[in-house]
Write a protein that binds this ligand. Structure first.
Ligand code: NAD
Ligand code: UD1
Length: 337
């Protein structure tokens, strides 16, 4: 029989790709989102890819009654938890919004899981849980530490999951994403943030589309290849495959009555600079991408990339797509070409 899993935050960028991937991998998904950073239109796009629309609940994970209704209707095998706010700058301006939405919302979700005896969870964590005081590449045992409320919300949620693995038998697999880019090959779903994009590639693509005048490069003459920030850009299609590999790993250890907590880096192990991203986008789109040099953001780091051997060893997963492919699929989605 098909297993039913709950996907929170599914109308969002990564969650929408995950719904498609899990449905295509043979799972039944039940999906929950409050549409705070997404739109119900994603439903019809997912419908175009799958040929049907999964069971959708408009619900807020901060609403315990709504969560209880969802859990009481379905016998979940496990949860893939994407729901959350993700803008670092906004989190510095509105820390309590982030603590409330991300941390309290997650605690409500975990409380419902424990009450309904659902033990498996894959959680969207982030490379932001690593301290800036580390040598590269970042490994799962690199020093932890955060500098902004968004990052703190991710680290606190990881800590809560670790407690619950010890004291409520949860089997938790936090995936620490590096920088997701790209879109579904169909061009139907991709990254479409409400308002001005915070992340680099959506902003660059908007400039290539003439929707914005120039990219503001947060430049600080870093000791990198060209003085701009270097990041590990992971294709969203590879990223959702990592979730399937993680969920299968949890199924493998299901006979175990003990809980578990195993964070895993999800990246490519390679870094790309902001100027390289701009140049690759120009090549992929044939459009000029204007940019200007502005100062760094308070939380920016010079260089961040992952050590990926543990993901290979533990999940049997590794990234396959190139940054160029991520830019091309992102462009197909955003431009409709
Ligand atoms: P997104 O904003 O596109 O998707 C998040 C979804 O969660 C949105 O659809 C939003 O409406 C929903 N949501 C927010 N709060 C909710 C609540 N209280 N109840 C129900 N739904 C709620 O973001 P994304 O890029 O798809 O990211 C998904 C997850 O991955 C997030 O937890 C994010 O922090 C994490 N993450 C993202 C990145 C990245 O760069 N995109 C990197 C590392 C980690
Ligand atoms: C940050 C968070 C990460 C979070 C992600 C999503 C940290 C250390 N990292 O990643 O955990 O998941 O945001 O919101 O907190 N850049 C520009 N101009 C722009 C936008 C970005 O030059 O308009 C540069 C940045 O300085 C950086 C690179 O592009 O060097 C990538 O930036 P961004 O996409 O915002 O991701 P991070 O800052 O790496």
């Amino acid at each position: 029989m098909k297993k039913t899993i709950l996907i929170t935050g599914w109308t969002g960028y990564i969650g929408s790709h995950a719904v498609v991937a899990f449905e295509q991998a043979g799972y039944t998904t039940v999906i929950v989102d409050n549409l705070s950073n997404s739109s119900e239109q994603v439903l019809s796009k997912i419908g175009k890819i799958l040929g049907y629309i999964p069971d959708f609940h408009k619900a807020d994970i901060c609403d315990t009654k709504a969560l209880d209704e969802v859990f009481s209707k379905h016998g979940f095998d496990g949860v893939i938890h994407f729901a959350g706010l993700k803008a670092v700058g906004e989190s510095c301006e509105k820390p309590f919004l982030y603590y409330g939405n991300n941390i309290l919302g997650s605690i409500n979700l975990f409380e419902a899981m424990v009450r309904y005896k659902v033990r498996r969870i894959v959680f969207s964590s982030s490379a932001t849980v690593y301290s800036s005081d580390n040598t590269l590449p970042l490994t799962e045992s690199s020093k932890l530490g955060t500098t902004n409320p968004y990052g703190t919300s991710k680290l606190v949620i990881e800590n809560v999951l670790q407690d619950l693995s010890l004291h409520a038998s949860l089997q938790a697999l936090p995936l620490r994403y590096f920088n997701p880019i790209g879109a579904h090959p169909s061009g139907h779903i991709g990254e479409k943030p409400n308002g001005v994009p915070n992340n680099l590639l959506p902003y660059i693509l908007d400039v290539a589309l003439w929707k914005r005048e120039k990219v503001r490069v947060f430049w600080d003459d870093y000791p990198t290849i060209d003085g701009t920030g270097v990041r590990d850009y992971i294709d969203v299609n590879d990223l959702v495959d990592a979730h399937i590999a993680a969920y299968r790993k949890l199924e493998e250890i299901s006979g175990d009555t003990n809980g578990s907590f195993t964070p895993v880096n999800i990246g490519t192990g390679r870094g790309t600079s902001v100027l390289e991203m701009i140049r690759m986008t120009e090549e992929a789109t044939g459009k000029k991408v204007a940019f200007e040099k502005v100062g760094r953001r308070s939380w920016d780091l010079a260089e961040v990339y992952a050590w990926v051997d543990f993901a290979k060893e533990f999940l049997g997963w590794e990234s396959e797509k190139t940054v160029k492919e991520g830019i091309e699929s992102g462009w197909k989605f955003i431009s409709g070409v």
